[in-house]
Every structure is written in C-alpha cells, then in structure tokens.
Design a protein around this ligand. Structure first.
Ligand code: 6PG
Length: 247
C-alpha cells in the first residue's frame, strides 16, 4: 500500500499533526492561488481536528474566507440531522471561524431523488473550479478521509456500486450493509486530489489498517486500498492504537 505513514502517540498528537498539515497545505496553496479547496471527512474521528483548527492555537492561522469547503460524503439526511457530516463540521469548525458562506458547499443529503443531489454537486464542483462538468474531475487541494472498520472510506463501502464509477465525480450509493443510501465522491475525484490525508485512530481500526496497508490488494472488499492520488500526496495519519497490528 503506497503513501506516507505517520504514527502518532495518541489522538491528541495526531490532531496536532493533522492541523499543522492542514495549515501548511493551505498556506502553500494560498501563496500561489486565491483559494484553497478542501473536502472534509465525516464520521466521528475528524471532530477533534476540526475543534483544534477552531481553537485559539489555529483559528488565526489561515484566511478562512479563502477556503472553499466541500464534503467527501454525506448521509441521506438534512443539514440539521444529528447524523449530518455537514452539521458536525459546522458545529466543530465552520461556525467558529470567518468562512465565506458562498464557498461552503454542502452535499444535500435530504434531496429526493438522491441522484439529483449528486448531479447538482458535480455541477457545483465544476462551477467552483471553472471546469466542464462532463470532463475530468478538478483537483481538490486537500481531501480528508476517515476509514471504517470494514475498510470503507467516504461512502465507498465494500462491494457497492460506487466502487465501479469511473466517470461521475459524485454518486448516490446504495449501502445495503447499513440499509441506507449515501452521497459520496468517487475514486476519480480522490485520484485527482493534490493531497489525500487519512485520519485513523483507535484499536478498533487496528485489524483493518493492517489488512489495508499490508494485506493482499482487494479493493472491492477494502475500498480504502484504491485511494491513490495520481499526482498528489497520500498521507496516512494513525495513532499507536490503530497501528498496533502493523508489522
Ligand atoms: C461517514 C464518513 C466515513 C467515516 C468512517 C470512519 O460519513 O461516516 O465519511 O467514511 O470516515 O466511517 O468513521 P469514524 O471516524 O466515526 O470511525
């Protein structure tokens, strides 16, 4: 498995490393371009990073108005729902720093049909980057990803249809394992990113992290294995507990 692996003593150290990486990436891009684009991960792990970025230690580190915010995936819920990835990021970070609301692009998980939300988001991405919506995907400067204990990332779940998507940048994905549907960025977008940063913590991820990074290549069963930015950086930030089964 490719990519740079960094093992941190604990979650606190990992979030500090991730916050520094986020700020460094933003500063490097903003030194040469007017905006910095990021796709946020959902789930519970990133909350600690978002809260740190909103803290006095980092809240003045970036001109937050120059950040363009996207999400890697969203549940089939609205912005106010407790399960919403948008809600978590807004509570932990976006409501605490001076973002430009016009640059906050929520995945509208409440839309029916959900496929319409995916199509709309592809148009949003294309417009934000000034590219054609039917061409190659834009290059997000930074994509934050988590990983489930089943090896999924974003909402690219094992053996689901989204794994086979080679053209569209965003799809509505049926997830039978959870009896739900999710919106998710697809591999083409992840492969085009400037930097992909996985954040994986806790002993509960130790087995799958070993399988993903050191086991046989089997991306239909372990979708995280197929995330490999072509011209970009792939970083795995893990804590010691998650790394406990690595050779
Ligand atoms: C989501 C996430 C998902 C998440 C993993 C890990 O919407 O749930 O995008 O891919 O990153 O499920 O979740 P935890 O960080 O809660 O372990």
């Amino acid at each position: 498995m490719s990519g740079e692996l960094r093992i941190f003593a604990d979650e606190k150290e990992l979030f500090a490393g991730a916050a520094a990486t986020f700020v460094d990436a933003a500063r490097a891009v903003l030194a040469v371009r007017p905006q910095f684009s990021v796709a946020l991960a959902g789930g519970s792990t990133p909350r600690g990073l978002f809260e740190l970025l909103a803290s006095p230690a980092y809240r003045d580190a970036i001109d937050w108005k120059k950040v363009v915010w996207f999400w890697g995936d969203e549940r089939n819920v609205g912005a106010e729902h407790p399960d919403s990835n948008y809600r978590m990021a807004t509570e932990a970070l976006l409501s605490h720093v001076a973002v430009d609301p016009a640059r906050v692009h929520r995945l509208c998980g409440e839309t029916e049909p959900l496929a319409k939300a995916a199509e709309d988001y592809q148009q949003t991405l294309a417009k934000a980057f000034g590219v054609a919506a039917d061409g190659p995907p834009p290059s997000l400067d930074l994509v934050l990803l988590g990983m489930g204990s089943d090896g999924h990332t974003a909402s690219l779940f094992p053996f689901t249809a989204a794994l086979d998507e080679k053209a569209r940048w965003v799809v509505a994905n049926e997830v039978p394992q959870l009896s739900t549907r999710r919106l998710t960025l697809t591999y083409p977008v992840l492969k085009a990113a400037g930097c992909v940063l996985f954040l994986v913590t806790g002993a509960g991820k130790a087995k799958v992290l070993r399988e993903v990074r050191q086991g046989p290549h089997d991306p239909r069963r372990l979708p995280s294995q197929a995330v490999d930015p072509q011209g970009g950086r792939l970083l795995w930030f893990v804590d010691r507990a998650a790394a406990s089964q690595l050779e």
